[in-house]
Ligand binder design. Structure first.
Ligand SMILES: Cc1ncc(COP(=O)(O)O)c(C=O)c1O
Length: 416
């Protein structure tokens, strides 16, 4: 074993030797005894060390690293700074490949379909910059798509005279078919790419990407998914969804260090792609050609591997189930209150860990400010699409006690 590997293992055992193994033991004990008990999730919450008094319902904007991931990141940074040239230029190649394999396992795909990038914005740029489109070709992006998906098509392809087709999504659809229908009607013989969010950042609506991919592929259209708000929040098997591209910000729902992203490209779609940045390795025929930045943030990339280990320790299914449990708990608490109106569809096929709620009669900016100033609750105000609602994110560090606190705060604000 080379000394580089030994040092990384030291970093890993530092990771699991301190808070990590305590976490693993605690989780094990809870699993054996009270696996679904709220105490289990309070243990998880204690691993996230938020500022005193902060109730963080804003994971949709940016996630947080739990303590073991913070420690792993710092350990990897130390190793790099102990011998920079060695680790930046090859010393960590094997470790990087292990991260790629872990990511591939998470999404049930092959490591040869995964590039380790910086964020969703980069992934969407990579797709829009690469595509060989012609004048008159159409790219379909619904009105709720994020600027990080829309701007790349506008900037990289506008000069070629392509058209962006922007259909309107319903805010509160009653069925999956209602959304599929919007896309079906917007597709024309000129549609070449359909770019779609897994979960929209506006009102938390989950889009039926599997059904839409199937429909698009029947017409020979490529499907690019902005997975910023889906990956990590809900279990995602990318081969089953069968999109062509899927791009992720690991710093949101995967709790990695900031500036770490994942890019999936189906093998059969990779020939469409060209690196955004060309450097040594640009001619690598594998997907690795898309991540040749030369000097880069390797400690953070390796700490994504630690974040995925952390996730595996908790259990992917458990995280998925918890997300929906928190959603239902929150929705049931506000359901009977006529002043608090949900602006996110209720069906599990149509929403998950992000919910938006309007406090009737109050301006959302004021609600957001009061939540923070009076209760330490951070959330995102949403005003687009006629929404006057706060966006609340239910990540795994949120407990039911905090939801009780949040709903009490919303009710007080509504009444005063
Ligand atoms: C749906 C969606 N897409 C893309 C992004 C951009 O993410 P990043 O800044 O990590 O690239 C966000 C960020 O909030 C988002 O919600």
């Amino acid at each position: 074993m080379g000394s580089g590997t030994a040092m990384v293992l030291t970093a890993s055992s530092q990771l699991w030797g301190n808070t990590g193994s305590t976490l693993a033991d605690t989780l094990d004990a809870f699993d054996k005894n009270v696996g679904t008990d709220e105490a289990f999730w309070e243990t998880i919450q204690s691993q996230f060390r938020f500022a005193d008094g902060l109730a963080y319902f804003n994971n949709g904007s940016l996630g947080a690293c739990p303590a073991p991931i913070r420690e792993a990141t710092n350990a990897f940074r130390d190793i790099l700074d102990d011998f920079p040239s060695k680790y930046m230029w090859g010393g960590w190649d094997d470790e990087k490949e292990k991260v790629r394999t872990k990511v591939a396992t998470l999404f049930s795909v092959s490591p040869d379909e995964i590039a380790l990038i910086h964020n969703t914005t980069e992934g969407m740029n990579l797709i829009a910059r690469s595509m060989d489109l012609n004048e008159g070709d159409e790219v379909l992006l619904a009105d709720h798509e994020h600027t990080s998906a829309v701007a790349p098509w506008t900037v990289w392809q506008a000069s070629k005279g392509i058209q962006l087709v922007r259909p309107t999504l319903p805010i509160l659809p009653k069925s999956v078919e209602e959304i599929v229908d919007v896309y079906r009607k917007a597709i024309t013989p000129k549609t070449k790419v359909l770019s779609i969010c897994h979960l929209v950042n506006t009102n938390g609506m989950l889009l039926p990407i599997k059904e839409i991919s199937k429909m698009a592929h029947e017409k020979g259209i490529l499907v690019a998914v902005d997975g910023a708000q889906g990956a990590g929040m809900i279990h995602t098997d990318l081969h089953d969804i069968n999109c062509d591209f899927y791009t992720v910000s690991a710093h949101k729902w995967l709790f990695s260090p900031k500036g770490v992203g994942i890019f999936y490209a189906k093998k059969t779609a990779q020939h469409h792609l060209q690196p955004l940045i060309v450097a040594r390795g640009y001619d690598d025929p594998s997907i690795r050609r898309l991540e040749n930045y030369n000097t880069r943030n390797l400690p953070e990339v390796l700490a994504l591997g630690a974040a995925l280990e952390y996730r595996e320790t908790i259990g992917a299914q458990k995280i998925h189930d918890r997300t929906f449990a928190l959603k239902h708990y929150f929705r049931s608490k506000v359901a009977s209150n006529s002043i608090l109106v949900l602006k996110t569809p209720g069906l599990d096929a149509l929403s998950a860990g992000i919910q938006v709620v309007e406090v009737i009669g109050k301006e959302v900016g004021d609600v957001k400010n009061r939540l923070f100033e009076e209760y330490g609750i951070d959330c995102r105000p949403m005003t687009k699409f006629g929404l006057n609602a706060v966006r609340l994110s239910f990540a795994i560090f949120i407990t039911k006690k905090q939801i009780d606190f949040l709903v009490d705060a919303l009710e007080t604000i509504a009444n005063t």
